[in-house]
Design a protein around this ligand. Structure first.
Ligand SMILES: *[C@@H]1O[C@H](CO)[C@@H](O)[C@H](O)[C@H]1NC(C)=O
Ligand SMILES: *[C@@H]1O[C@H](CO)[C@@H](O)[C@H](O)[C@H]1NC(C)=O
Ligand SMILES: *[C@@H]1O[C@H](CO)[C@@H](O)[C@H](O)[C@H]1NC(C)=O
Length: 408
């Protein structure tokens, strides 16, 4: 029965000329090229043998440039169920990836393990269960460290500026808390919609109550070590339906259910957003997030008392100590963001990281996805970040020149 409906739908969609936007089928570098940006693909081999794609926009719009020249590097790390596309969802002057390139930065876009661009491993492919045995903890321990090392080696620079969205902030919070050597490579941490405990996820709690999480956990527990993704043809079909005028409000409501309001999205591009988002991740990653909500702790993955003993040598998973973070950190948040809750930010991030907080900037009426998908972000949000980084990089350059002068 269900297959019948599926076949009928497929038939319907085949018989009509598919009005799917070309960008649906494009990768990040291809979309970059389409908008007039020189783009590069780099492969990074992590120490646990995953192969990740890094995408680079080294030059400004319609320019060729000396890719070896020393410019500030911005490293863009996407969030949960997203990939590098998060940074280029809109037109050239509205998307972070392009706006930073036009400001003269060397832009590197990460794609975490499990996303479409990074489903490769030296020993086994994504068809093997072992491939999906990861959460953001491994993205932090392996993907982040290997990628940052790669970028610094490739550009012969000592540090970079990191911009993370949502889960992308968690990946960095946890790394900085654990590894002071790594922290030296991160000049600034710009945290968009930061999540470092998620005990107040208003949207999910509000809609389903706490029981929802228990059900979700049981359901996910039945399929451990599998990918969490929508099959490509179905995702295309959703995207197609949502790009139809009447469907748009229904589809953004759907996104809205996870993300609060959605008034900043470009309604006519919703089809393109939905082609790339949600992107694949592991079921285990979602399980880890549910654990955080329940424990109200930023801790490593909980394998249960016996498993934790084997994995960590203690009965409970180690908790990340955010008070260890010294890297200048800028938080960008909004009272309207139901995922990165204001009270969470106050309780867990601000109070623990007191000394490292270099700025805490509240944005009016930003939903969780508006920080990257919102068409106003290029007016409200990115210019401030660009100025902060540029000023710092200039200061660094001058201090280097003074050092040189002492020798001559
Ligand atoms: C997944 O990783 C955990 C922790 O390293 C390990 O104990 C477990 O055996 C792994 N499971 C699979 C199926 O690879
Ligand atoms: C929305 O996207 C379309 C292209 O898909 C573009 O023509 C239009 O100008 C965009 N609207 C806004 C408000 O940016
Ligand atoms: C982007 O460009 C369009 C048209 O060129 C302009 O109307 C709009 O204000 C620009 N947006 C930003 C954020 O600069």
């Amino acid at each position: 029965m269900r297959i019948n409906i599926f076949v009928t739908l497929l038939f319907l969609f085949r018989s009509e000329t598919l009005a799917i936007d070309e960008e649906c089928y494009m990768t990040v570098p291809e979309i970059g090229k389409r908008f007039g940006y020189d783009s590069e693909v780099h492969l990074v081999r992590t120490t646990d043998e995953y192969i990740l794609e890094l995408h680079r926009f080294p030059c400004k719009n319609n320019e060729k440039c000396d890719t070896k020249s020393k410019r500030p590097i911005v490293f863009l790390q996407h969030g949960l169920l997203a990939d590098g596309f998060s940074w280029i969802p809109n037109l050239a002057n509205q998307s972070a990836g392009f706006v930073f390139a036009d400001a003269g930065f060397d832009v590197w876009i990460a794609n975490s393990r499990g996303t479409p661009a990074s489903q490769k491993h030296i020993g086994y492919g994504p068809e093997n269960q072992k491939f999906w045995n990861f959460t953001w903890q491994q993205m932090s321990e392996y993907d982040l460290t290997s990628s940052v090392d790669y970028v610094l080696k490739e550009t012969k620079q000592k540090f970079l500026y990191y911009l993370g969205h949502s889960q992308g902030t968690m990946i960095m919070f946890s790394r900085l808390a654990e590894n002071p050597e790594f922290a030296k490579k991160i000049r600034h941490f710009h945290a968009l919609a930061p999540v470092a405990t998620v005990s107040h996820i208003g949207g999910l709690f509000g809609l389903f109550g706490k029981q929802f999480l228990t059900y979700a956990e049981i359901l996910l527990g039945r399929l451990p070590y599998s990918p969490l993704s929508i099959p490509r043809p179905i995702q295309k079909m959703i995207s197609y339906m949502c790009s139809k005028f009447l469907m748009q409000s229904i589809c953004t409501l759907d996104i809205g259910f996870i993300d609060g309001n959605e008034k900043q999205f470009n309604q006519s591009r919703v089809g393109v957003y939905l082609c790339h988002t949600p992107a694949a991740t592991s079921v285990k990653d979602l399980q880890h997030w549910i654990q955080l909500v329940e424990s109200q702790n930023v801790a490593k993955f909980d394998y249960g008392p016996v498993g934790n003993q084997l994995e960590y040598g203690q009965p409970t998973p180690p908790v990340y100590d955010l008070t260890q973070i010294k890297t200048p950190t800028y938080l960008y948040w909004s009272g309207d963001d139901i995922l990165a809750d204001t009270q969470d930010i106050r309780d867990s991030i601000l109070s623990k990281m007191n000394k490292a907080i270099a700025g805490s900037i509240e944005l009016p009426h930003y939903s969780h996805m508006d920080f990257v998908f919102g068409i106003n972000a290029a007016k409200d949000l990115y210019p401030g970040i660009i100025k902060t980084i540029q000023d710092d990089f200039d200061k660094y350059r001058i201090s280097q020149m003074h050092k040189l002068n002492k020798y001559f």
